[in-house]
Design a protein. Structure first.
Length: 218
């Protein structure tokens, strides 16, 4: 059973659903040559995919192209269904940073065949995740800077203000499909600059004023 915590409050949460939003930054859509969606692109990761600061990403043997995607992570603190957008942020317990590890070669092959690509996104160690800060500490989730360094070199640097679908709308939309529950986590998409990692690399993902994680690759 995997858990996450908000150290400032001492609260710990059993991880429920990990709901992820794809194609939520225009420049990232362009760099992968994808179409801009008319509604949020949603996929899921299992709780078993989560690792913490200092733990290692292990690239599965069935892939030779593993990519990083740094993202704002949202921890849900209350249960809700059909949540109005105007009330959505009140359901947030905390914010953190995550890296959505993606087996790009596997994903591309499965997409071309019209098949689900869960094994490209949900493998063990595919969700490095920080501790969370209380939601009250983040005045505006649409005014945060996401950065990722690979072996000390900055590769991603983007603002959450560039999200196509902002956090409150994401929460509201997801709650029309899934009942959101305490301990659910939402990954909100990645800005441009994604790229490949190999064994021996080290990633550092950070959101200024929120959280940071350092993750080796093996």
């Amino acid at each position: 059973m995997k858990t996450v915590s908000i150290p400032a409050t001492g609260n710990e949460y059993i991880i429920g659903k990990i709901l992820c939003i794809g194609r939520n930054y225009v420049d990232h859509i362009k760099e992968l040559g994808n179409e801009t969606p008319t509604v949020p692109v949603v996929f899921m990761k299992p709780a078993t995919s989560v690792i913490g600061d200092g733990d290692s990403v292990v690239i599965p043997a069935y892939s030779s192209e593993c990519h990083y995607e740094a993202e704002l992570a949202v921890l849900i603190g209350d249960d809700g269904k059909d949540i109005p957008e105007a009330e959505a942020l009140s359901y947030v317990a905390g914010y953190g940073v995550a890296i959505d590890m993606t087996l790009r070669d596997v994903q591309d092959t499965l997409k071309k065949k019209g098949m689900p690509w869960d094994i490209a996104k949900g493998f063990d160690t595919s969700c490095p995740l920080s501790d969370f800060v209380p939601a009250a500490q983040v005045a505006d989730p649409q005014n945060l800077t996401i950065r990722l360094k690979l072996n000390g070199e900055e590769r991603q640097h983007g603002s959450t203000s560039l999200m196509i679908t902002p956090v409150a709308r994401i929460i509201s939309y997801l709650s029309t499909i899934f009942t959101l529950e305490e301990g659910d986590i939402i990954l909100t998409g990645t800005p441009a600059g994604v790229g490949q990692v190999v064994a021996g690399d080290r990633m550092e993902a950070l959101i200024d004023g929120v959280a940071a994680i350092s993750i080796p690759v093996s």
